[in-house]
Design a protein. Sequence first.
Length: 303
Amino acid sequence: MLDVRRLALLAKVLDTGSMTAAAEELNYTPSAISQQLRRLEIEVGQPLLQRLPRGVRATEAGSVLAAHARRIQAQLSAAEADLAEVAGLHRGQLDIGTFPTVGSSFLPLVVRRFKENHPQLKLAVHSARLDRLTEMLANGEIGLSLLWDYEWSRVSPDDFALTHLLDDPTALVVASDHRLARRKHIKMSELADEEWIVRETDHPVAEVLERSCRQAGFKPRIAFHANDYQEAQAMVSVGLGIALAPRTAVANRHPDVRVISLGSTAPPRRILVARRRDRVNAPSEIAMLTVMKAVAGSYRPNS
């Protein structure tokens, strides 16, 4: 393997016409340059320079290598310029992860501000379930991701570097003509006689409902299992039952439902940004995290 630095020295000597002139430009001693070029000649197995009374002249092999050296130097300069553009956020692509409820509420605000601040950057957003997001983070498919957790099932800080962006309260969703629709606040203990619409049994909000009802002293009566929050809102709107949902999940509210605060009687979830601990963060990832924190500081889900 040829040494790129020695190739650059060879090109510099030939371009300046002598080892002395090259040494002055590079702040080397002539003897140091001579030693490095002698090593290069040993590496290639043939002479590269003809020593003249005044200066040097390239052999055929020296001319070939010097031409390659100049091309390599040009490519390295171009690479440095490209990296400078990436570092300066003038080009590049950023891949991030999200999940549906935040992807339809909080994240669009982030994306809008990020694109305003950094219009030259390409942004790719990948929406998935929690286990898939952590997998993509671990294998480097995405640089950072929005995640969520509850107090009984925290994302481990040993696995990822975590930034807590905001708390997402659990709210009550009722039909606009429900007896409680005009209330602004309510406690879970007041809902023992209601029927409930809930996501599938293994969905996190189903566990939120079970835990909240148990804490309030009753067992919920399930009227319908919904596939998503839009379906849950639709069934609530026609009076099939009431539902729990994170505030971000009802930011785009059905026109015939009302969202009521449950205060501390239902647990919130945390919205986090996760990054792999052993990975050097790209400038674009740092910029995205900065925007996320700024948007989170003023974010208020619609009620």
